[in-house]
Design a binder for this molecule. Structure first.
Ligand code: CMC
Length: 436
């Protein structure tokens, strides 16, 4: 870590001695004040619920400038990656820090492809779920269960194990998500087809049946690949921080990624794409565009508990660059499927327009995020709404595993152990039950 040329001085109004704290400078972004010795020097903790001002690690993977609306994977702007590279290239970049050349890409793709099948036993595990189980409940279980099936790659201190686990997770997530879908649809599982691209193979496992040939639509394949690229990593968000915290205990990568899947499920995080589509459908059922004004009044009323899903972000205080790319993809997919007049897309555009002009949203710097349009694309592709977050998990797996492996390789890494401001009862004695 590089020391900045200044330091921070913390002083106290009660006359306690002030202390100097080192300041570190990243390659870009805010400096950080090193408070690791604060407790030893002052007996005090810092208080930052929700990590509004806390950098929990140092990372060289993804950088977001929330004010500019900029997202970089290993320094490359998301706009360039989404238009020039595919998901396999993006995975290589996130995992190993460099974009592959043609030969390296072919080799990496082959190494991933080699692992696309899951142990045949996995389907019996899956069959234990109710047919109507939510796909994220299934995914949390299946991903955690991978550690039981691939025990030969669970030693996080072995770099080869870490690499194979990463490849296995990236390769098997599409298979698991498609299996969860086929199970709920009551259709036979389709084995992966390694001659297809990563996105093409996923479409095949989702929509092919043994009865007839399935031809991958290249527009949809490209759209799905872009969804994967856009969701691949997003620095220290809730699920990534969960993966890091879980992995910091030394647990195996499959267990840590399962924790990430569980965290992603929530509607404030990855569950927002499903919640957003449900919201659009509800407004449509209320009367569509004519009811947008009424809906917005509810959103602005703090007592209603209604939020405009797909809007707002902890870091972006400007348009989420992924939302722009997703809107573009949305238009392309709808046009290619002859759905240009899709009422939900029109409704989303109307909501966006009103929100971007409304004082409530302008003052709070609330803009569309990636989830605002991704649901419409996925719905047009034929993906059921309840599967949206599982697809987000599939795409984010590479980011989670890259961040986890980065943490394990960091000599400064320690088990994550936040402290607290205790506000409960002070010591008291237990009375025998008859006297309470
Ligand atoms: N609709 C209405 N009001 C909102 C919204 C929204 N979507 N988002 C934030 N606000 C208000 C919030 O009520 C608060 O108002 P006030 O200052 O008057 O109390 C202000 O804006 C600041 O919001 P916050 O809750 O303090 O911001 P946060 O950083 O804690 O929350 C968020 C970020 C993403 C959880 C929140 O914006 C949200 O719940 N959005 C909807 C869910 C969503 O789309 N999530 C997907 C995020 S992107 C994909 C991902 O990374 O998973």
């Amino acid at each position: 870590m590089k020391l900045a040329d200044n330091k921070a001085t913390l002083s106290f109004s009660n006359g306690s001695a002030s202390i100097d704290l080192p300041v570190y400078r990243g390659t870009v972004g805010p400096d950080v004040i090193d408070i690791r010795k604060l407790y030893a020097q002052t007996g005090m903790f810092t208080y930052d619920p929700g990590f509004l001002s806390t950098a929990a690690c140092q990372s060289a993977i993804t950088y977001i400038d929330g004010d500019k609306g900029e997202l970089l994977y290993r320094g490359y702007p998301i706009e360039q990656l989404a238009t020039t590279c595919d998901f396999m290239e993006t995975c290589h970049l996130l995992l190993y820090g460099r974009l592959p050349d043609i030969a390296a890409k072919a080799e990496f793709t082959q190494r991933v492809t080699y692992h696309t099948m899951v142990n045949e036993q996995m389907q019996f595990f899956l069959r234990g779920f109710r047919r109507d189980a939510h796909p994220m409940a299934i995914m949390t279980g299946l991903v955690g269960a991978l550690s039981a099936f691939y025990h030969d790659s669970t030693d996080i201190h072995n770099p080869e194990h870490r690499d194979i686990s990463a490849l296995r997770l990236i390769a098997k997530m599409p298979t698991l998500v498609a299996m969860a879908y086929k199970y709920s649809a009551g259709q036979p599982f389709m084995y992966p087809k390694n001659s297809l691209s990563y996105a093409g193979n996923f479409l095949h496992m989702m929509f092919a049946t043994p009865c007839e040939d399935y031809v991958v639509n290249p527009v949809i394949e490209r759209a799905l690949d872009r969804i994967f690229v856009l969701h691949a990593d997003h620095e220290q968000n809730a699920s990534t921080s969960t993966v890091r915290l879980c992995g910091s205990s030394g647990t195996n990568p499959f267990a840590a990624i399962a924790a990430g899947v569980a965290c992603l499920w929530g509607p404030a995080h990855g569950g927002a794409n499903e919640a957003c589509l449900n919201m659009l459908e509800d407004i449509q059922a209320m009367g569509g565009i004519a009811k947008v004004g009424q809906f917005m009044e509810q959103v602005k009323d703090k007592n209603s508990g209604v939020k405009l899903m797909g809007f707002g972000h902890r870091v972006y205080k400007n348009y989420d660059p992924r939302a722009k790319l997703m809107q573009e993809t949305c238009k392309e997919v709808l046009a290619s499927l002859g759905l240009e007049n899709d009422p939900l897309f029109k409704l989303a555009m109307a909501l966006e327009k009103i929100a971007l002009e409304d004082d409530y949203f302008v003052q709070r710097k609330l803009y569309p995020n990636v989830d605002f349009y991704s649901g419409i694309v996925q719905r047009a592709i034929g993906i059921p709404v309840s599967l949206f977050t599982a697809i987000f998990a599939l795409a984010r797996t590479v980011g989670w595993i890259a961040q986890l492996n980065e943490m394990i390789g960091d000599p400064e890494y320690k088990i994550g152990r936040p402290r607290q401001l205790f506000s409960g009862s002070t010591r008291r004695d237990v009375l025998p039950i008859a006297q309470r």
